[in-house]
Design a protein around this ligand. Structure first.
Ligand SMILES: [Zn+2]
Length: 107
């Protein structure tokens, strides 16, 4: 993505305005519908592996808990955050879903 850090000959150039992480892609007409559910604390330790930029009202995090992974969606409206989760699945499946989300083929 163009607004991320770029590495040229070992020198990392960070855009000066604001550091943006990845943004989700434009949603494709045909896309996989993610079964979002209310957040449920099921694990003591959840690690965030990747996340999209929080400059948007809705941002996503790829989370890992034990051997399973899921996507957490945070939607902010008027200062209130609503958190939802995708189904908890095996890492490979979750990573594919994450890529689909970034490319706009899943939402
Ligand atoms: Zn951003």
């Amino acid at each position: 993505m163009a607004d991320r850090e770029v590495e040229t000959d070992g020198v990392i150039v960070t855009p000066v305005s604001r550091y943006h992480s990845r943004h989700v892609g434009v949603l494709q007409a045909e896309h996989e519908k993610i079964e979002w559910r209310a957040e449920r604390p099921r694990a003591d330790r959840v690690r965030v592996r990747e996340h999209t930029c929080d400059c948007k009202a809705t941002f996503y995090e790829l989370c890992q808990a034990g051997g399973l992974m899921f996507i957490r969606r945070t939607h902010r409206v008027m200062g209130k955050a609503t958190v939802s989760e995708s189904p908890w699945v095996l890492a490979k499946e979750a990573q594919e879903l994450w890529l689909g989300l970034l490319m706009g083929s899943a939402r």
